[in-house]
Ligand binder design. Structure first.
Ligand SMILES: [Mn+2]
Length: 323
């Protein structure tokens, strides 16, 4: 990795936009916050020259991440011309949602990510499939360039690494991951506090929605495939915002017999969003069939079909990877 290129690209920029992905998670938000802070604190670039943008809703549980209160919607910045746009934790361009036009019209487009399906769509790319999270890629860039990381930057990066490794439990957790997390704690990140925010601060109705979904879960193929379908009606019943479905697909995978779990969510009568998790099979190839992508054991896509038809098509593809 040519980390010097990161430095010169930032130094040569006048107006910078940092872009997180739709339905933001802890990794994209933590990485965006850390990058914003590093640019403002280490590069002598004024706060007015750097913007952060998010699509949809920032989940309550992530609002503790420093500086996110400064993040804007694509609508708020649509008329601003940025000469450098940076996507963080974004596997494919369509994951930028309404921020995509802002990315496309920037002269220099930097892509910082860790998804193996990332196509290096930027003019400058820092894509490392070996990293557990975009936060880890960030950490390595900052370290290689000897950039200063304070308590707030460390907290943002720790949140990114913690959440993308499922609390240091998934396959992407390595000795390096733990060493870096340890260093972040030494720099000021508070592990107990951050995990309380990330894992013990759910809205009540989110837990109740999950209970309702679990009761109605569907199992097939000797219980190897476990799935949940969520309609807009279900969402309304629990006054749920989009982020309320987060964590459900992992909950289903926790069942001993589950090999592949999926959650399908109705967007409108002809559009369904799918999240996939797996214990052994490569579900990124399932997501790719529908134009999505992701990691081996965690992937997602949007299927341009009504919920029920989307379910049949998805299960068919899951059976294919289960062999
Ligand atoms: Mn990630």
């Amino acid at each position: 990795m040519d980390y010097e290129l990161f430095k010169t690209t930032i130094q040569n920029a006048n107006k910078i936009l940092i872009i997180s992905h739709v339905n933001p998670d802890g990794d994209t938000l933590g990485s965006m916050s850390a990058l914003y802070q590093v640019v403002v604190k280490n590069f002598n670039i004024s706060k007015d020259s750097v913007d952060m943008v998010y699509n949809g809703i920032i989940p309550e549980i992530y609002k503790f991440i420093p500086c996110l209160e400064l993040a804007k919607t694509p609508q708020q910045v649509k008329d601003i011309q940025y000469d450098l746009a940076i996507s963080v934790d974004i596997a494919a361009k369509d994951r930028m949602g309404d921020s995509l036009p802002l990315f496309e019209k920037a002269e220099v487009r930097m892509n910082i990510d860790h998804h193996k399906t990332n196509s290096n769509f930027g003019t400058v790319n820092f894509v490392r499939a070996d990293a557990c999270s975009c936060g880890e890629v960030m950490f390595d860039i900052f370290r290689a360039l000897d950039l200063k990381m304070d308590k707030d930057i460390s907290s943002a990066l720790y949140a990114a690494i913690l959440t993308d490794t499922g609390g240091f439990r998934y396959e992407n957790t390595t000795a390096q991951t733990l060493l870096k997390a340890s260093e972040l704690i030494e720099l000021g990140a508070d592990p107990a506090k951050i995990s309380r925010y990330c894992y013990e601060s759910k809205p009540r109705n989110m837990v109740l929605l999950h209970a309702n979904c679990m009761i109605n879960a569907e199992f097939s193929d000797n219980n190897k495939i476990a799935g949940i379908c969520i309609t807009n009606k279900d969402m309304e019943k629990f006054h749920a915002t989009n982020d309320y479905t987060e964590g459900l697909v992992e909950e289903l995978r926790r069942i001993k017999t589950t090999e592949v779990s999926y959650v399908l969510k109705e967007v409108d009568e002809n559009t369904t969003k799918a999240s996939l998790r797996s214990k052994t099979a490569d579900v990124s190839t399932v997501a790719q069939v529908f134009g999505g992508g992701g990691h081996t054991f965690a992937a997602g896509c949007t299927i341009r079909k009504p919920l029920n038809i989307a379910k049949d098509k998805l299960v068919e593809e899951i059976r294919r990877v289960l062999g």
